[in-house]
Design a protein around this ligand. Structure first.
Ligand SMILES: Cc1cc2nc3c(=O)[nH]c(=O)nc-3n(C[C@H](O)[C@H](O)[C@H](O)COP(=O)(O)O)c2cc1C
Length: 167
């Protein structure tokens, strides 16, 4: 059995989750950014990670999923600046799942990630009051994903591996 962990990460948060997941996988495994993956053929299971950007999957993650998901076993992991309890998250995660056209989605993990200073500055200066208000939430996101969230990511990876080896 061969497992791939692949991710898109603009500011490093999703990469941290990817590395935590990768550490938990036993046996044949690879980790690489999705820009270096040309196909998911040959992998029994792929963990695919991306950040939420503009209320859904970012452009690179979306196009990767649309192109490579068909007939594949995929576990999604997603980071976002909003708190996990944010009601709109359901819809944003739904859009990520929908992008994985034809996949067998074996699980989905999501957690908060830090809103970078550069992105917060961009939002503050965008002239859009909703984005400017959002930028003010940056202090609440600092240091995310933290150790507790990365631990949850590792638990997720173990559960998926257990389920997959049974099934
Ligand atoms: C262009 C852009 C748009 C974003 N839009 C959202 C959003 O709609 N909802 C949200 O919760 N976070 C949003 N974020 C924050 C990121 O999802 C969050 O910081 C994520 O952890 C970044 O992951 P990365 O470091 O792997 O790129 C946005 C970030 C960027 C750069």
């Amino acid at each position: 059995m061969k497992i791939l962990v692949t991710y898109m990460s603009q500011t490093g948060n999703t990469k941290k989750v990817a590395e935590a997941i990768y550490q938990e996988i036993k046996g044949k495994k690879e980790i690489k950014p999705m820009s270096e993956v040309s196909s998911l053929a040959g992998y029994d299971l792929a963990f695919v990670g991306l950040p939420i950007q503009a209320y859904g999957p970012g452009a690179e993650g979306k196009s990767f999923l649309e192109q490579h998901s068909k007939g594949r076993n995929i576990a999604l992991f997603i980071t976002h600046a909003s708190p996990e309890e944010q009601p709109e998250l359901k819809e944003w995660l739904g859009k990520c799942k929908a992008a994985a056209v034809g996949a067998n989605i074996v699980g989905i993990f999501n957690c908060r990630g830090e809103l970078s200073q550069a992105i917060a500055d961009f939002m503050s200066n965008s002239g859009d009051p909703a984005l400017a208000a959002w930028a003010k939430e940056r202090p609440d996101t600092l240091g995310q994903p933290d150790a507790a969230r990365l631990k949850k990511a590792r638990t997720f990876a173990r559960e998926i591996m257990k389920k997959h080896s049974r099934g």
